[in-house]
Design a protein around this ligand. Structure first.
Ligand SMILES: [Ca+2]
Length: 779
């Protein structure tokens, strides 16, 4: 913190005494380390090589061999909530991140607005003399701050970061990402044909930020939070990395569980005698249908081939990204920084079961409530991992990569919350290649970093009194393998499933997340003695009723102290829908029902753009044409779902990609060759089918003349994209919405595009159910 001015001010500067120290920021303590946090998405404890898993992670192996592997480190079971604990060191409900931004509700624990009383670690470290960088995924911006016009207070630059480069939302296309830099949306720097992949770009950007800092402030330490899109869907990887895993998962997910457990035990990750929990461990009616695992023995030969290939792609994605992290580690070594950089390499929750029992080659079908058939997926098998698919593996692999535990991501059993963590810091850790078994949690990372850096969390930040940190430092465990954990208690809650760990025991409700069961007072609590039963195999609630009562009472105490209530297990579709929607943040529709957009602007996030799903709509543009006019008038979405109005080769084309299912539909007519004209489309909805797809007539206009018409036109129900791929005027960002200009932004040229007006006033019907399903799929 800068001090009060202590110089002297007279009339004449010659008689006055300057005091630079009143203006210059603090310097970090002598010998303080750099901090690198590598936070992957959606990866259970049994996936990666340092833990005995089949996915080779050479960089992580190297760091584990030179540092520590933690066997009992835990997260919140979901992306944004875990990430919020890395931001502030407070429990996720205290951060307003009970779940994700897109499903936030107006309660303190659920608003997705981090209160100023929870200052971020970046704010504190920057004041203490560190450069602060955030590269990669950012799923902690509230949805009301996603647009260009909104406040950027909760974007990284408003949260203590000097620089940001990455993406906003739960996921993005790794070949054609929706990128943001600092406080604005940007285009990707080059294309897949030129070797682009998001993981590689993120490593390049991270290296640039560190080098920029070191060459101008060589003595200043830095903190980098590196969050790749891996291993969240869509699983995208270069072919040569996928090929490394050919045939390696052919034995299936149940066989993988049997194979990996003894390897985890051999490495000391799990104690001798640890048993596998059953596949599908929960009683009927206590969890959502989509979380069921189909037994491998019941699959057809073709299904097995498809599911194995999906695991190969996931593995290739993970290893390729690890190689990019390796480039950062190599640079640190070459530049002499590795010895005093404290590195945390970890994942934010268990493996993801959001791929449904059958997996998917285009997640968009799921969020649009459109059937994802094995036939369609088989047809796309060879393209898996390429720019042509938007894929996710089936629930069986989520269970396998979360061996030996019950369930996976979103669940408060160990399958959702027990995760990999490797810590590397040659200067501060004497041991090499050892396992640490002390029980810890993601809220403990920030206190550990503060202690390692010699920084104390201030009581007041920017005039706001601070909430105490929720976690405890893990620093003692670096050099004390046999010390008992300093953690006493950790509560859990995710989408209505509760859990609490206390002194070697854990109680969990058998009440699946997003299950819609309600009636929390009737929950059956299970009790596990985790000191001797790490897998949570044996429910001993009947033998230890007093212990269970003690833990349940403690859960309520923690819940009240951390803003956990009210519990919400509402389903994203069905009976709870209207009530849920009424609680959500809603972006207001203009009273006119008309939205006007201009060229030379940033893309508009889909959530805030004019809604063209499940409604009739008109979209018209004012254009001055010439014989050379060419390019996009408006575009929204991608090849996996999207539409675009553009001029090419003298033709005015309206292209619609319905969930990426071929063929791309086009309505075409001759474009004017000169003069001012109003051109556009009018979709008139006439019916909805059993998948809630809208059918009707699409007319393409030049002024009042219909130049093209399709009487059997269909439009998508939910969203073009889970996140990113917003509405663009005069270009197409990210992945192209039409194959006619694939691989380019196809900027409007050779004329004047004045504005585009969307009119959705005539039909206010929105399928709220799909809307919400899409929101929840983003976690
Ligand atoms: Ca696009």
């Amino acid at each position: 913190m800068t001090r009060q001015f202590q110089g002297k001010i007279e009339v004449n500067v010659r008689d006055s005494v300057a005091d630079w120290d009143a203006f210059i920021p603090d310097k970090a303590p002598e010998g303080a380390p750099n901090v690198l946090v590598v936070l992957y998405d959606d990866t259970g404890q049994a996936a990666w090589s340092p833990y005995g898993g089949r996915i080779r992670m050479p960089t992580m192996d190297r760091l584990a061999a030179g540092g520590l592997t933690y066997s009992q480190w835990h997260t919140t079971a979901l992306c944004s909530p875990t990430r919020s604990t890395f931001l502030t060191g407070r429990n996720h409900h205290l951060n307003g991140f009970a779940s994700i931004s897109e499903s936030s509700t107006g309660f303190p624990g659920y608003s997705s607005h981090i209160p100023t009383s929870n200052a971020t670690m970046a704010t504190v470290l920057r004041e203490a003399g560190w450069s602060t960088f955030w590269v990669g995924k950012n799923h902690n911006i509230p949805i009301d701050e996603w647009t260009a016009g909104a406040s950027k207070k909760r974007w990284p630059l408003g949260q203590g970061y000097d620089r940001f480069y990455g993406f906003i939302g739960g996921e993005t296309n790794n070949w054609y990402p929706s990128l943001a830099e600092d406080n604005k949306y940007i285009s990707q720097p080059y294309l897949p044909e030129e070797g682009y992949h998001l993981s590689k770009d993120l490593a390049d950007q991270a290296l640039r930020m560190i080098r920029d800092s070191k060459q101008t402030e060589p003595e200043k330490p830095w903190y980098l939070w590196f969050c790749p899109g891996a291993n969240h869907a869509p699983h995208h990887a270069p072919e040569e990395y996928i090929a490394k895993y050919e045939g390696m998962f052919d034995d299936g997910y149940e066989a993988y569980r049997e194979w990996v457990l003894p390897r985890m035990i051999e490495r000391g990750i799990l104690p001798e005698g640890t048993e596998l929990t059953p596949l599908n461990p929960m009683a009927d009616g206590t969890f959502a249908d989509g979380d069921y695992v189909r037994p491998w023995a019941e699959l057809t030969a073709e299904e097995r081939r498809l599911f194995s290939r999906m695991a190969e792609v996931y593995a290739g994605f993970s290893e390729y990204t690890d190689a990019q992290v390796g480039r950062i580690v190599d640079y640190l070594e070459e530049s002499g920084q590795l010895d005093n950089t404290i590195i945390f390499y970890c994942a934010d929750n268990g493996a993801s079961g959001e791929g449904s029992p059958n997996g998917s080659t285009n997640e968009g079908k799921f969020i649009n409530g459109y059937p994802d058939t094995i036939e369609d997926n088989l047809a796309a098998m060879d393209a898996l991992g390429s720019p042509d698919t938007y894929n996710h593996y089936p629930t069986g692999w989520a269970a396998a990569f979360s061996t030996p535990y019950r369930m996976f991501k979103r669940y408060t059993y160990q399958g959702g919350v027990c995760d990999p963590l490797v810590v590397h810091w040659p200067k501060g850790i004497q041991a090499r290649g050892e396992v640490r078994g002390q029980y810890h949690h993601c809220t403990d990372i920030v206190p550990t970093i503060y202690e390692a850096c010699g920084v104390t969390m201030p009581d007041v930040v920017d005039g706001v009194e601070q909430t105490p940190l929720s976690g405890v430092s893990m620093l003692y465990s670096f050099n004390e393998p046999d010390e008992p954990t300093t953690k006493k208690t950790q509560y859990y809650e995710m989408f209505g499933q509760r859990g609490i760990w206390h002194d070697g025991w854990k109680a969990v409700t058998e009440h699946g997340p997003i299950s819609g069961i309600s009636n929390f007072d009737e929950d059956r609590w299970q009790l596990f003695h985790t000191d001797v039963d790490r897998a949570e195999e044996h429910d001993v609630a009947a033998e230890h009723p007093e212990k269970l009562d003690e833990l349940v009472a403690l859960w309520f105490e923690e819940a009240r102290a951390n803003n956990v209530l009210p519990l919400n297990d509402m389903q994203v579709a069905g009976k709870d829908l209207q009530a849920f929607l009424a609680m959500e943040f809603n972006i207001p529709v203009p009273p006119s029902g008309q939205y006007t957009y201009y060229p030379g602007t940033s893309e508009v996030p889909e959530r805030s753009a004019a809604n063209v799903h499940a409604v009739s709509y008109k979209a018209f543009a004012q254009v001055e044409f010439t014989p050379e006019t060419s390019g996009v008038i408006f575009a929204h979405g991608s090849r996996f779902g999207g539409h675009s109005l553009f001029v090419k080769d003298g033709q005015l084309v309206y292209a619609y990609n319905f969930l990426g299912i071929p063929p791309e539909v086009q309505v075409v007519g001759p474009a004017p060759r000169s003069g001012h004209h109003i051109v556009g489309v009018d979709f008139s909805k006439q019916s909805m089918d059993e998948h809630r797809v809208s059918h009707g007539t699409l007319k393409l206009y030049v002024d009042d003349e219909v130049i093209g018409q399709d009487d059997d036109f269909r439009t998508m129900t939910g969203h073009f994209s889970l996140c990113g791929e917003g509405l663009c005027i005069g270009y197409d960002s990210g992945d192209a919405a039409s194959k006619e200009y694939a691989g380019s932004r196809f900027e409007f040229t050779g004329g004047v595009l004045t504005k585009v007006v969307f009119d959705v006033a005539d039909d206010a019907y929105v399928d709220v159910e799909r809307h919400l399903a899409a929101a929840m799929a983003r976690d």
